[in-house]
Design a binder for this molecule. Structure first.
Ligand code: DAK
Length: 258
């Protein structure tokens, strides 16, 4: 049983919920929590009943970053040997859509975890940033790259070099998050998004996620090649027949993920 996360594989039909659960420490991401998260995501990714995964924290914090107390005394070689990157790399490989429901602080590794998610719902209280600079380091789990790609150089430089937190409004305006809702609506809105996605073909959703993410890693031409291959692949699915026939027959499709 995980200690620092709560996992519900069927919080709603086809929707899994992972809640980060170190609330006294503002969900600071210690090594054990990250390993539990990695293992849970791997399991949910392999669970055919799950079509979308929500990651959330609590009212005060999504996650206030990696655990500074655990990191403070480490040497570079300790960090190398711990190899946290393999944990983050595994999380990055999640094929099913990840939705972050963010209330309060999403800082440092918390912001980076949020940015590993495909859709982000934030509450009005969200405070988002990469404050590592204030403790003598810099982002280490993709913050300089993912934030810059999401919000552009000017704002990313400001956030990374000054450690200033963005409000939810600023994050929305910059294109970092999908929507802002009142605190008490945050999880409900994440479920609404998840439900919408879970009603689509899981095959098409998986292939579409892969194609969108490829836009960050490839040239336009390479990305287009991947998109075309994934598009063709959709036609190998029963879901494609079901989706198109349902449209023609004027009924709601019943996708099976096959
Ligand atoms: N680590 C450990 N403990 C933390 C924490 C953190 N990141 N953030 C908060 N806490 C703890 C506080 O120490 C406090 O514990 P006690 O003193 O009660 O024992 C408790 O949570 C409540 O926090 P505060 O009393 O500070 O609460 P406030 O409301 O006054 O302030 C705050 C909230 C979020 C503004 C403040 O706690 C804060 O500045 N926290 C630190 C934020 C931060 O600097 N985050 C970045 C950490 S560095 C890597 C991957 C990732 C990373 C690195 C490497 N690899 C793959 C290699 C990531 C690095 C980081 O995230």
């Amino acid at each position: 049983m995980p200690e620092f996360i709560i996992v519900n594989p069927q919080a709603e039909k086809h929707i899994a919920l992972i809640q980060l659960n170190r609330s006294k420490e503002l969900n600071a991401l210690n090594l054990q929590l990250m390993q539990e998260l990695r293992d849970a995501l791997k399991e949910l990714d392999n669970n055919d009943e799950v079509r979308a995964i929500i990651i959330t924290g609590n009212e005060k914090a999504f996650a206030a970053g990696a655990d500074i107390k655990q990191m403070a005394g480490k040497s570079a070689i300790d960090m190398l040997n711990i190899d946290q990157f393999s944990t983050w790399d595994q999380i990055k490989k999640t094929k099913k859509p990840l939705i972050a429901a963010v209330c309060g602080f999403a800082l440092g590794g918390g912001c980076e975890l949020m940015m590993h998610c495909d859709l982000i719902v934030a509450s009005e209280t969200a405070r988002i940033g990469q404050p590592e600079i204030k403790i003598g380091v810099m982002p280490g789990a993709g913050g300089t790259q993912r934030l810059t790609r999401a919000v552009g150089k000017a704002l990313a430089m400001e956030v990374v070099l000054t450690g200033r937190f963005l409000t939810a409004e600023e994050a929305l305006k910059a294109g970092l998050i999908n929507k802002i809702v009142p605190n008490e609506m945050c999880l409900r809105e994440a479920f609404a998004l998840a439900k919408n996605i879970a009603a689509q073909s899981p095959v098409a959703v998986k292939l579409a996620k892969e194609a969108v993410l490829a836009a960050f890693n490839t040239s336009l031409d390479e990305g287009l090649i991947l998109e075309r291959k994934n598009f063709y692949l959709c036609f190998a699915s029963e879901d494609q027949k079901e989706g198109m026939n349902a449209f023609i027959e004027k009924r709601t499709p019943d996708f099976k993920g096959k």
